[in-house]
Ligand binder design. Structure first.
Ligand code: AQP
Length: 332
């Protein structure tokens, strides 16, 4: 079977609609066709300052939201990154394979460090794409379901895997990004030229899945569109409307073309009202299910314990082979 691997940060508390449509939906689909490994990446979270108690709570919350999204621990391996020490161990080897200039070209680092100010950005933030390389290669993943913003990191993963294989002999499978064209980049509702992100400039542009449903409806209804009146998919000239159409089409399983037809002659308000309803119908049970998982910490812990065990079995094998190839003296 092909193998899927992906990770999501626990930092923001609630996942947002971009995370869900860009990545999590694909996690759920791929557990049917792939050997799937999904993790909450707490090691990545500490690349920016975290309050320890909040980080712990948000990690549980992230797991609860993944389960509420439809991940099934019988069908996939769900775990917390820090429960599998091999990530940090292979991360070091990958650090030593990466050129400084190569790492400096990662646009995510440039964006994130610019936001924080160069002096406050950590070395961890600088090397986090390389830890991500290790995350993926440890599981010999063939497919990595992510949003468009992660494409460059998957490219880096491929480059480093090829470099390692070339230098030390075939060790790692070369992974491919699994990015759904339509939903690989969901845009901010207030500024539909930038991606929806937890660090959005205004909370109104960001749909948090755990927001009060009323808040969600309000955010959808006040989404920025344009001064034209036609409901048509045209990302270049009508980014706001196109974003709403993408979200509506994906959540309802309708094609954008069918939506365009059904909204012919109607105003933007009609689309927004309908989408607000669809969103409320989506987030309300999502919130309830998340709360149910949070209320059952024993089940959550047991899912994570089993997940970590399954993940470690695979990760340890890859790490051992890597150490051997690199020339580390085996411990007796
Ligand atoms: N707007 C988006 N559209 C599509 N996919 C998205 N992803 C994030 N935003 C969008 C995808 O969600 C997955 C998990 O992302 P993460 O854990 O790295 O979270 P993040 O990228 O830190 O989320 P943000 O909101 O994008 O954070 P900041 O503001 O820090 O940049 C990934 O697969 C990602 O591609």
């Amino acid at each position: 079977r092909p193998r899927a691997l992906s990770g999501i940060q626990p930092t923001a508390g609630s996942f947002h609609l971009g995370n869900y449509l860009g990545a999590i939906r694909q996690y759920v689909a791929l557990q049917e066709t792939h050997d799937a490994f999904y993790m909450v990446v707490d090691l990545h979270a500490i690349t920016v300052p975290q309050d320890p108690a909040e980080l712990r709570a948000n990690t549980r919350l992230a797991v609860a939201q993944l389960l509420a999204s439809g991940l099934d621990p019988e069908r996939c391996t769900l775990f917390v990154q820090s429960h599998v020490p091999e990530h940090a161990q292979l991360g070091w080897v990958m650090n030593c394979l990466t050129g400084f200039g190569e790492a400096s070209r990662m646009t995510q680092f440039k964006d994130k460090s610019a936001k924080q100010g160069a002096d406050r950005a950590t070395v961890g933030l600088f090397t986090y794409p390389i830890l991500q390389v290790a995350d993926i290669l440890l599981y010999q993943a063939s497919h990595v379901p992510v949003g468009e913003d992660q494409r460059q990191h998957i490219e880096l993963t491929r480059d480093l895997a090829e470099r390692f294989n070339g230098r030390f002999g075939d060790t790692f499978r070369i992974p491919e990004p699994y990015i759904v064209k339509e939903t690989g980049k969901i845009y901010d509702l207030q500024d539909p030229t930038i991606k929806m992100s937890k660090s959005a400039s205004t909370p109104k542009g960001l749909i948090n899945l755990l927001d009060e449903p009323k808040t969600t409806a309000k955010k959808v209804k006040s989404a920025v569109t344009d001064t034209d009146t036609v409901i048509r998919f045209d990302p270049e000239n009508k980014p706001g409307v196109s974003n709403l159409l993408t979200i509506m089409a994906t959540l309802t399983g309708t094609s954008v073309a069918d939506l365009e037809k059904s909204y012919e002659g109607k105003m933007y308000g009609a689309l927004k009202t309908d989408l607000a309803e669809v969103m409320v119908d989506f987030v309300t049970p999502f919130r309830d299910r998340t709360q149910e998982y949070l209320d059952d910490p024993e089940t959550l812990d047991s899912v994570l314990a089993k997940g970590a065990e399954k993940a470690r079995a695979v990760a340890a094998e890859t790490l051992a082979r890597t150490y051997e190839r690199v020339g580390f003296l085996p411990a007796k």
